[in-house]
Design a protein around this ligand. Structure first.
Ligand code: GBH
Length: 461
């Protein structure tokens, strides 16, 4: 397979965009500096039992203090673009009002540093760090939060749009809504399905409000988009219950975002499912026109795919609360250190399907990568053949999707370096670059060198 993969990868165009990605809370540290306010993640990390080992992002990779050296590291990987996120509580400590110049200044310097090294900045405005004061006022289930997000977006846009061309509003609204407000596995740790569904709508509304205002204010052509995490949802068998489970998983995982964004309406089958559960999205007249503001790029984050069943171990199709059963049936593939199955062909299927069902919008893979139990030798060097194999098979999967007509323009590896993996703490390492958290020494892993050489080869020099 590696030879076939190499051939597919070599067929990617010379102008394919290559990058590495990070997010603010996962790498920056310095959570109390330059007037930064508290975010829901600062709070969540302090709730006993929520984060492995009681860890938090107070120091993380100390990127806030090591930014110029980290930009040099990015340059050395030979990527053309760096995707990072801006911490809302650095810009607006309480989520409202004028910009905190010291906080915004960090991103101003980061952008200049990148451009000075020939690396294009790609800004994500929201990668999960909602200012705590906005959560105290109700958070994403509250409509006002969408307006607060658009105001915040404009503060960042006004400061950086003279130099930054590509903007992602939200990273993975599914995680914010479902893991944050329904499953409680991420900040703010609530468990309320109706609140999660309200969050879905207000996240999308915030995206649309921000995108519309950014487009109107743009000093030069900009590339605006949103990033969704998705996979392929396959039925375990052809039974009606299993096909329904796959439909629902895809509906709440993907179509509830894709349809309003790209077709201007919520998927009817999912609205029906919600009404059976007594839940109604808080849509106000005109919202869908705002949400379907045209985007220039759809960001796709891919990690795994799932086979689903609508029947549980006891043979039931409904749980005690009367909700439909949805269980994951392992495909029997090797897994990463996250226990996520490695399913590259699900990536190809996803991209081909997106290009058919939502034609006309270019896609960029804004995240793809894997955690493995890396072992560093005395020099900190990591021979992570498993990660290289993961990247190779998934980049080849993207190339295969392109051959089948999917308009994918670029690929970003998650992540530049090992970092704070949310509720898993620091034990899970997704980096191309190893981080020694005692010394903050960064050492490129073998996969980083493979990635650099692969990019070089595709570019043809
Ligand atoms: C991304 O989210 C985040 O954007 C990033 O910050 C994070 O560090 C990175 O991925 C790695 O986690 O348990 O088999 O059902 C990933 C979103 C959603 C991907 C849930 C995996 C479930 C896999 N994840 N999904 S499984």
């Amino acid at each position: 397979a590696p030879a076939a993969e190499a051939e597919l990868i070599a067929g990617l165009p010379a102008d394919f965009r290559w990058g590495v990605a990070t997010s603010a809370y996962q790498i920056e540290g310095a959570t109390g500096e330059d007037g930064r306010g508290q975010s829901i993640w600062d709070t969540y990390c302090r709730v006993p039992g929520m984060v492995e080992g009681g860890e938090n992002g107070d120091v993380a990779c100390d990127h806030y203090h090591r930014m110029p050296a980290d930009v040099e590291l990015i340059r050395s990987l030979g990527v053309d673009t760096y995707r990072f996120s801006v911490a809302w509580p650095r810009v607006q400590p309480g989520g409202r009002g004028p910009a905190n110049a010291a906080g915004l200044g960090f991103y101003d310097r980061l952008v200049d540093e990148l451009l000075g090294k020939g690396v294009d900045p790609w800004v994500t405005l929201y990668h999960w760090d909602l200012p705590q004061e906005l959560e105290d006022a109700g958070g994403w289930p509250e409509r006002d939060t969408a307006h607060r997000f658009a105001d915040y977006a404009m503060l960042v846009f006004d400061a950086l749009s003279d130099r930054v061309r590509t903007w992602t509003t939200l990273n993975e609204p599914w995680c914010s809504a479902m893991l944050g407000y329904y499953e409680g596995r991420q900040a703010p740790g609530r468990r309320d399905f109706a609140a999660a569904m309200a969050a879905v709508h207000h996240l999308l509304l915030g995206h649309g409000l921000a995108a519309g205002r950014m487009r109107a204010a743009a000093p030069a052509p900009v590339e605006l988009g949103i990033t969704l995490n998705m996979g392929t949802s396959m039925p375990a068998t052809e039974s009606l219950a299993d096909r329904e489970a796959a439909r629902r998983a895809d509906g709440l995982g993907a179509r509830i975002y894709l349809d309003p964004l790209l077709r201007g309406q919520y998927p009817g089958d999912i609205l029906d499912d919600l009404s059976v559960r007594g839940v109604k999205l808080p849509v106000v007249d005109g919202d869908l026109a705002v949400i379907s503001e045209p985007i220039d790029v759809l960001g796709v984050n891919y990690y795994s795919s799932h086979r689903l069943s609508g029947v549980d171990a006891q043979g039931r199709t409904e749980d005690d609360e009367g909700n439909p059963v949805q269980t994951t049936v392992p495909l029997g593939r090797p897994v990463t250190a996250m226990d996520w199955e490695i399913v590259p062909e699900g990536f190809t299927e996803l991209l081909v399907r997106l290009s058919r069902d939502y034609p006309g919008v270019p896609m960029v893979i804004t995240e793809n990568g894997a955690a493995f139990d890396d072992v560093a030798d005395a020099g900190g060097y990591v021979r992570d053949d498993d990660r290289t194999a993961y990247l190779s098979s998934h980049i080849a999967a993207v190339a295969a999707a392109r051959q089948r007509g999917a308009d994918v323009r670029g690929y970003f590896a998650w992540s530049l370096m090992d970092n704070f993996e949310w509720s898993y703490g620091y034990a899970k390492r997704f980096g191309l670059v190893h981080v020694d958290y005692e010394t903050q020494v960064r050492t490129p892993k073998q996969s980083a060198l493979w990635y650099r050489d692969t990019i070089r080869r595709v570019r043809g020099h």
